[in-house]
Design a protein around this ligand. Sequence first.
Ligand code: COA
Length: 221
Amino acid sequence: MQASIGATDRVWIRTSGLFLLPYLSCHVPRAHQWMQSPELQELTCSEPLTLEEEYENQQGWWTEEKKMLILCPHDQNRRPISTEEDAIIDSLTSACGDVSLVMLSDDDAEKGNPKLLRSAELDVMITDPLQRRQGHAQQGLAAIMKYAYEHLGVRRFVAKILDHNQASLALFRRLGFEEFNRVEVFHEVHMHYCAEEPSRLHSPGSDYVLAPLHRLAPPSD
Ligand SMILES: CC(C)(COP(=O)(O)OP(=O)(O)OC[C@H]1O[C@@H](n2cnc3c(N)ncnc32)[C@H](O)[C@@H]1OP(=O)(O)O)[C@@H](O)C(=O)NCCC(=O)NCCS
């Protein structure tokens, strides 16, 4: 069933290795600091924003069209997380990156999508190189894809990746994505994954479990 997710229906998702929390205003200083990195600016095709602009940017990230979730690895050494409040407090120090999903219009989606499946573009980053290669990106993507499949009716996922970004190309291939287009002028490879059958929506090698979705209190942030 396709649910309509409004601004007050933000969710957090628990997987076996991660918490995924909506991008809240309390995360802005950390996210702003992340995006000072020239590597992340280049690989995510992002322009640096002022802190004020980042607060404005955050406000637009839980709408019908786009959603961003902050990735926070579980750490057995920290106190157990059982409430949304615990998760938010924990995320202020444990956040290691984010995953985002932007719905595509039919025009954007048409190329390589003859059936015009409902499509969304994905992006992901793990900010600290020391936290990479631990499966966080794969698990975060798998969780948001499953959420988008079940709750937003998305049936096709698109990733636009710089052609020299070997890590990201390997990551999306690992998730079953295939190249459908190249834009040489932007050095971009466009990959997609069509999930017409629920059974195809899986993540090889990942042990994710999507926990029940919890509502956060209507945001006052
Ligand atoms: C690309 C990126 C998100 C990968 O995150 P990650 O958490 O390290 O990836 P995972 O640990 O989930 O990797 C899953 C699989 O992807 C592939 N992969 C990931 N990084 C890779 C690398 N550097 N080289 C080769 N394969 C890689 C592997 O198959 C890996 O499985 P394995 O570790 O069992 O071999 C991370 O390197 C990053 O944030 N880079 C900078 C920002 C960026 O490029 N974002 C993507 C924009 S499109």
